[in-house]
Design a protein. Structure first.
Length: 355
């Protein structure tokens, strides 16, 4: 049986999509972009100084065939993007000169291109702090209807086929919201379950994690998880989403059938959870990185959830293979996004680097 990411590649090869990388002068990004193209997942777009990109590629033997290079300082469509930035309420009254200065930042230009359908997905963060990647996306990309808070998800493909769905776990939120409210936790659960369903076609089993299982401890913290579980279950019903959800659950009860039988024997989720929702960012980020390090499993994320365009903010320690996997997940999302939000147009006036 194919693993999770191989299945994603197979689906994407039938419907290739364009991924844009604002960090075009980062070696791992160039290597990942080349591999993305080699796997026939779609074209790659990189931003940065063209001469520097070519120099790095030549020094490290990276093929740049079918990779589109855009130098923000020489982009033919910059006047168009400047006008579009000026039209945004957040930038009302900004001068054309200041708007262009903002868009000369590759992170902002990439986000603008994504919002205007000149790329299908965006992947960044290999060499940048989170804020530098997230700020342009949150400012320029519209949220999905009904979404009040953007969150994130990591897909972990473990070597233990007994965990989750044949070893695959969806973990959220591990990258954006420090202390989610009840409503935010519910939205994180719903949107992560929808992502799981979209990428795999399978019914999600969502565990709302806590240090307590089914009232073994009763505090304001555990009551918040119980309330978020009830609200998420209501949202599933209202939106017609086929998913199972339960909480509060300790992580062993969520993942291990033998512990589930002891702690939550009547649960439809305990012992077979494949979506893990953490109570806060501390727990999510620590657990995700610890799992990745201890199990030496590839982690694909952070996939941003709640934006109307697919995007991901990488861990700065992401490997080339993980960057390719994240790119494929983001691109596969674009297939469904196109059904919901029809897109037109392709970037014009740039050149393809070839060797």
């Amino acid at each position: 049986m194919s693993g999770f990411i191989e299945t994603v590649y197979e689906k994407l090869q039938r419907h290739p999509k364009r991924v844009i990388y604002p960090e075009g002068d980062n070696l791992r990004i160039l290597q990942a972009a080349a591999e993305y193209v080699r796997l026939k997942l779609g074209p790659a777009i990189v931003l940065g100084n063209r001469d520097k990109i070519q120099q790095i590629a030549a020094e490290h033997g990276v093929s740049l065939n079918h990779i589109l290079a855009i130098d923000p300082a020489k982009a033919d469509d910059m006047p168009l993007f400047v006008r579009r930035l000026e039209s945004l309420p957040k930038y009302k009254g900004i001068s054309s000169e200041d708007a262009e200065k903002i868009l000369l930042n590759p992170n902002y230009l990439a986000a603008m291109m994504l919002q205007n359908s000149q790329a299908d997905g965006l992947v960044a963060g290999a060499g940048e702090f989170s804020g530098n990647i997230l700020r342009p996306l949150f400012q320029l990309i519209k949220p999905l209807p009904g979404i009040k808070s953007i969150s994130s998800c990591v897909v972990l493909e473990t070597h233990d086929k007994a965990l989750g769905d044949e070893g695959t776990l969806f973990l959220a939120d591990a990258g954006v919201i420090p202390s989610p409210t009840v409503e935010q936790l519910a939205d994180i659960a719903v949107e992560t379950a929808k992502l799981r369903r979209q990428l795999t076609g399978k019914t999600p089993h969502v565990a709302m994690l806590s240090y307590s299982t089914k009232g073994s401890a009763q505090t304001k913290d555990t009551e918040r998880i119980v309330a978020a579980t009830a609200l998420a279950r209501q949202k599933f019903r209202e939106q017609g989403i086929e998913a199972e959800i339960d909480g509060e659950l300790q992580v062993d009860a969520a993942l291990l059938p033998e512990m589930a039988s002891m702690k939550a024997h009547d649960s439809m989720v305990a012992g077979k959870a494949d979506v893990l929702i953490f109570p806060d960012l501390n727990a999510g980020n620590i657990a995700t990185k610890l799992l990745r390090l201890v199990t030496k499993s590839p982690a694909f994320g952070q996939i941003l959830i709640g934006l109307s365009k697919p995007a991901a903010e990488l861990s700065r320690g992401a490997s080339v293979d993980e960057i390719v996997g994240v790119s494929a997940v983001v691109a596969l999302q674009a297939i469904e996004y196109r059904k919901l939000y029809p897109e037109q147009g392709a970037y014009q006036g740039t050149e393809t680097i070839s060797q």
